[in-house]
Ligand binder design. Structure first.
Ligand SMILES: NC(=O)c1ccc[n+]([C@@H]2O[C@H](COP(=O)([O-])OP(=O)(O)OC[C@H]3O[C@@H](n4cnc5c(N)ncnc54)[C@H](OP(=O)(O)O)[C@@H]3O)[C@@H](O)[C@H]2O)c1
Length: 368
């Protein structure tokens, strides 16, 4: 509250921003459409964002989505679309899946573009967690634009995928992939591990490789298996966007290794510390890291508490000997087991994929 005088009379004025008007059915429908548009954007370091501009009667006057680094942001693309359609953005409502940015990067701030176009209201799904880009809603509100956030927030967060937790936590989202026998082994006693799972499961895993920004293995796997760590199509060709290939550990990768062959760039992080690996990859704008083992690296990431999701492909195969999927975690009694919460179970030919997330650490409750 502040005091001001109107006609010589002191009055109290409410300085808090006006409460935004309730979200209309047309705006919710536009947000669903914006989420569909967002999904057209490429994976990678930038968020996938969609925007729909609504005219005064709730009609769509422009649509846009972000097509990748260095190109127009969704809001600017939607404003351009409106211009092309001969529609006026002045007085329009911008419905956008992520808070408009407020910084000048490779493109100018979207908040300013929306203000310059005369947009009167902005409906946002997810607030921008990136401290560099955030502040768009604040600037718009300060300029008198009606801004509402959190519309279809769960769907908005899901559409942003690994980008959102990665940017929030300033480290890549980590998926640990295991391909194991029914008795939890990832190789036979002689070290052979090709192939434990079926073609169907392996093709599925290539789909996951194509979605992530980087794939990591320890030097043990790099030297034993000579993997190429590429994302491939069913017929064996390389998909267009290849993830970075990351090797963790001190030993060298031999010059003739497949890791030097066609595929993504090779990054060798000479450390045993998963946090250092994540720091190095965050600096390269990796949002989603797939850790493919072996057991030593898997255990190190789990012990460091930086695994966000486990994808375990389990084949109906028994070996009775050979390394387990995860090396010693220091668990000596069942009460200390790493418990996972299953989120999906997918039959894949003869195999099954279990997707699970580590339980958040339970606070210690003192017993009385
Ligand atoms: N079925 C599957 O899903 C699957 C997947 C991957 C591997 N495998 C199998 O796993 C076996 C290899 O197992 P592995 O445990 O040797 O592989 P690994 O985890 O890939 O590599 C272990 C090596 O990585 C380095 N390293 C990185 N971080 C470390 C840390 N925090 N602590 C200790 N060492 C660290 C060490 O080598 P430096 O001395 O070089 O630092 C270590 O010897 C192979 O038989 C392979 O076929 C199976």
């Amino acid at each position: 509250m502040s005091r001001t005088t109107v006609g010589g009379v002191a009055v109290e004025r409410d300085d808090a921003p006006a409460r935004p008007a309730p979200v209309t059915a047309a705006e919710t429908a536009a947000m669903r459409r914006a989420l569909v548009l967002a999904a057209r954007g490429p994976l990678g370091p930038n968020p996938r964002v969609g925007c729909v501009l609504l005219g005064p009667d709730g009609e769509v006057v422009g649509e846009g989505w972000h097509r990748g680094a260095g190109t127009a942001h969704a809001e600017v693309a939607a404003l351009a679309d409106a211009r092309e359609r001969g529609a006026l953005a002045a007085g329009a409502t911008a419905v956008v899946t992520l808070e408009p940015c407020d910084h000048t990067g490779r493109t100018g701030p979207c908040s300013v573009a929306l203000l310059d176009a005369g947009v009167a209201r902005v409906v946002v799904s997810v607030e921008d967690p990136n401290p560099l880009a955030a502040g768009g809603a604040r600037r718009l509100r300060a300029a008198g634009v009606d801004v509402v956030t959190g519309v279809l927030a769960d769907e908005g967060a899901a559409a942003l995928g690994a980008w959102l937790p990665a940017v929030r936590r300033e480290r890549p989202f980590v998926t640990l992939k295991l391909a194991t026998t029914l008795d939890g082994r990832v190789a036979a006693a002689d070290g052979t591990s090709r192939w434990i799972t079926s073609d169907v499961a392996r093709h599925h895993a290539h789909g996951l490789r194509a979605e992530v920004d980087a794939i990591a293995v320890g030097t043990g796997t790099a030297l034993t298996d000579d993997p190429s760590l590429t994302a491939r199509t069913v017929d064996g060709g390389l998909v267009e966007r290849q993830p970075l290939r990351v090797v963790v550990g001190h030993r060298d990768v031999p010059a003739g290794a497949r890791l030097h062959g066609p595929g993504g760039a090779l990054v060798h992080v000479r450390t045993h510390d998963p946090v250092e690996v994540l720091r190095a990859l965050h600096a390269r704008e990796v949002r989603h890291l797939l850790v493919e083992g072996g057991p030593t690296l898997a255990a190190a990431f789990l012990a460091a508490g930086v695994v966000d999701e486990v994808h375990a492909y389990v084949a109906p195969v028994l070996l009775g000997a050979g390394p387990a999927a995860v090396a010693d975690l220091g668990v000596r009694t069942l009460a200390d087991a790493v418990r996972l919460r299953p989120v999906d179970v997918v039959p894949l030919g003869p195999d099954v994929l279990v997707v699970a997330t580590p339980e958040p650490t339970q606070p210690t409750v003192e017993e009385h």
